[in-house]
Design a protein around this ligand. Structure first.
Ligand SMILES: C[C@H](O)[C@H](O)[C@H]1CNC2=NC(N)=NC(=O)C2=N1
Length: 98
């Protein structure tokens, strides 16, 4: 899948207000209400990632999560990352986190 250029990433981020980044990767942080909710969010993201065969980098620190998305085979951000970012946002909302 094609890499997004600067403009492509800018347009994508305009539709993903919780995300920031550049052509190399996009990232969002999440503060879950508590540690176990954070783990359940990560578990749901893991299932979605497996279904999509596209996997985020995930950092867990107590109830603070960070998701980083890039398409490693392409060396930067593609539409697959933008799509997974939207899926992660839906999961986070479902768990009443932000
Ligand atoms: C064979 C398999 O489709 C690839 O290894 C996938 C798996 N998940 C992946 N996830 C991400 N983020 N980037 C990839 O390039 C990638 N490649």
């Amino acid at each position: 899948m094609a890499l997004l250029d600067d403009d492509g990433v800018r347009v994508a981020l305009a539709g993903l207000p919780h995300w920031s980044g550049d052509t190399s990767a996009i990232t969002r942080t999440v503060k879950a209400p508590d540690f176990m909710t954070g783990i359940r969010i990560v578990d749901d993201v893991a299932a979605a990632a497996e279904a999509a065969d596209h996997h985020p980098d995930i950092d867990i620190r107590w109830r603070n999560l960070r998701f980083t998305l890039a398409t490693h085979s392409e060396g930067g951000v593609t539409q697959r990352d933008v799509d997974l970012a939207g899926t992660i946002d839906e999961i986070v909302t479902r768990h009443h986190a932000a």
